[in-house]
Design a protein around this ligand. Structure first.
Ligand SMILES: Cc1cc2nc3c(=O)[nH]c(=O)nc-3n(C[C@H](O)[C@H](O)[C@H](O)COP(=O)(O)OP(=O)(O)OC[C@H]3O[C@@H](n4cnc5c(N)ncnc54)[C@H](O)[C@@H]3O)c2cc1C
Ligand code: FES
Length: 258
C-alpha cells in the first residue's frame, strides 16, 4: 500500500453522468486488484476533511483510472480538477473480488456507479454475462469503454430508453432461468437496494456470490469504525475486511446496513 501525491493526467466527462480521471503511480498500480479501492485526498486543505474512496476502474501499466459521479461536495470539487493538478492518493486498499470462479460461469451485476470495479474485473478475467442497470440512456457508457469486457454485455434501464426495460434484476432473472444454480457465480456492486435484490435472487436458488458493500468511509484503514458491516462474524469494517464480502458472510439485509 502506498500514499502518494500524483499528478492528474486527464479528467473528463464520459457521458451525462460519469467522469473519468487518470493518473500514474507505479507503487499503487502494481498491487491493484479488481474490487480494491483508492482513498483520495481531493485538496491539501481541510475541505473536504475526509478522503473519498473510489474503486479502481482500469489499471494499465502504471496508469490508473477511476470513474465517478458527482454525488456531493467532494466529487463536485474533483470534477473541477484539471490535468496537471495534484491529488494525494492512498491504495490499493481493501479486499478484492474473487478472480477464479471456473468451472462456474461468472455473472457480474453492476448498478450505477458500481460499474468501475466490475468492469476492471471483467477486463482481467473471463465473464459470461456482464449486466448493467442504469436509470436511462443518458447513463449508458460509450461503447469504447465497454469493448474490452471479456463476455456478453447487457443493459437494462428503468425507463426502457436503452436495453431491457426495468431493473437489472429483470436481466438476471432471465439468465438464471437458463442456468443450473450450481453452475453460476454472481459478483455485484451498486446501490444497496439493488445488491440486496441480487442477493435475494441468488440465495433463493442457493447460488453463491459476492457483493462489494461500498459503505460511506472516513479513515479507510479500519481505525474509525465508520464503515461497519453486519456479518455472521460480527460487525466488520468494510474498508479492511471488505468492501467485497461473500454473500454467505453477510447477515441481515444490506438495505439496513446504512
Ligand atoms: C469502496 C468504495 C468504492 C467506491 N467507488 C466509487 C467509484 O468508483 N465511483 C464513484 O463515483 N463513487 C464511488 N464510491 C462512492 C464515493 O466514495 C462517494 O460518491 C463519495 O465519497 C461522495 O463524496 P462527496 O463529497 O461528493 O459526497 P458527500 O458530500 O460526502 O455525500 C453526498 C451524499 O452522498 C452520500 N454518500 C456518500 N458516500 C456514499 C456511499 N459510499 N454510498 C452511499 N451514499 C453515499 C452521503 O451520505 C450524502 O448523502 C465508492 C465508495 C466506496 C466505499
Ligand atoms: S472507514 Fe474507518 S474503519 Fe473503515
Amino acid at each position: 500500500m502506498a500514499d502518494e501525491v500524483v499528478k492528474i493526467l486527464d479528467n473528463r466527462k464520459v457521458n451525462e453522468k460519469y467522469y473519468k480521471l487518470s493518473f500514474c503511480s507505479h507503487e499503487i498500480a502494481r498491487g491493484a486488484q479488481p474490487g480494491q479501492f483508492l482513498h483520495i485526498q481531493i485538496n491539501p486543505t481541510l475541505d473536504p476533511f475526509w478522503r473519498r474512496p473510489f474503486s479502481f476502474y482500469r489499471v494499465d501499466g502504471d496508469e490508473i483510472e477511476i470513474l465517478y459521479e458527482i454525488l456531493g461536495h467532494g466529487t463536485a470539487m474533483l470534477a473541477q480538477k484539471q490535468a496537471g493538478e495534484v491529488l494525494k492518493v492512498m491504495g490499493p486498499l481493501g479486499k478484492p473480488f474473487r478472480k477464479a470462479v471456473k468451472p462456474k460461469k461468472r455473472i457480474c451485476v453492476a448498478g450505477g456507479v458500481g460499474l468501475p470495479p466490475l468492469l476492471y474485473l471483467a477486463e482481467c478475467e473471463d465473464v459470461d454475462f456482464f449486466l448493467i442497470g442504469a436509470k436511462s440512456r443518458s447513463e449508458v457508457m460509450p461503447d469504447s469503454e465497454l469493448e474490452h469486457i471479456k463476455g456478453t454485455v447487457m443493459y437494462s434501464t428503468n425507463d426502457g430508453s436503452y436495453g431491457v426495460k426495468g431493473y437489472v434484476t429483470v436481466l438476471l432473472e432471465q439468465i438464471l432461468k437458463e442456468e443450473r444454480p450450481e453452475d453460476v457465480f454472481i459478483q455485484t456492486c451498486g446501490p444497496m437496494v439493488m445488491m440486496q435484490a441480487v442477493r435475494d435472487l441468488a440465495e433463493a436458488r442457493y447460488i453463491k456470490g459476492e457483493a462489494s458493500v461500498d459503505e460511506t468511509m472516513a479513515c479507510g484503514l479500519g481505525v474509525c469504525l465508520g464503515c461497519m458491516v453486519k456479518t455472521h462474524a460480527g460487525w466488520l469494517p468494510s474498508c479492511t475486511e471488505g468492501p467485497v464480502f461473500d454473500f454467505s458472510q453477510l447477515q441481515g439485509s444490506l438495505i439496513c446496513q446504512t
